[in-house]
Design a protein around this ligand. Structure first.
Ligand code: TYD
Length: 136
């Protein structure tokens, strides 16, 4: 996988005088079956999340509130996506190094994943990631 395989996907936004409503359904707005949802919040200023790769896990990340950056790296190229809308998200395919940083106050990151949590799916060291990537 390459950083260019990451895609911003737009979600429906149903707006009326009472506010907005957006939707994520598996195999509709996102191209996978949702196995797991988790969210990241109350991130202290200046802190980073992630800083690892998943060998198998694909994910879709939405800034439900506030904003943050998702930095993806494929061992050669790096790309930063700034997420700040709750009606769009970033699809991050398996096999990419990714970091989340630049969290705004009160930001809320929703992550939908296509696998169960598995500590063995993580590559925690960037050089190990590059070696793993080169051997694929
Ligand atoms: P981690 O994935 O390292 O968080 P981040 O990538 O945002 O820095 O997870 C932090 C901790 O939470 C770690 O102890 C594993 C645990 N965890 C689960 O138990 N289940 C999960 O689905 C996730 C994502 C993490």
């Amino acid at each position: 996988m390459k950083t260019t395989d990451c895609k911003i996907l737009n979600l429906p936004k149903i707006a009326d005088g009472r506010g907005n409503l957006s939707i994520i359904e598996e195999y509709k707005q996102i191209p996978f079956k949702i196995c797991r949802s988790y969210w990241i919040y109350d991130v202290p200023g200046g802190c980073e999340r992630g800083g690892h790769a998943y060998k198998k896990n694909t994910e879709f990340i939405v800034a439900l509130s506030g904003s943050f950056d998702v930095v993806v790296n494929d061992g050669t190229n790096e790309q930063t996506f700034h997420l700040n809308r709750s009606y769009m998200g970033l699809l991050v395919p398996q096999g990419l190094w990714r970091v989340m940083n630049n969290f705004s106050t009160n930001s809320l990151a929703l992550i939908l994943s296509d696998t169960e949590y598995d500590a063995g799916d993580y590559i925690m060291d960037y050089e190990d990631y590059r070696k793993w990537n080169n051997q694929r």
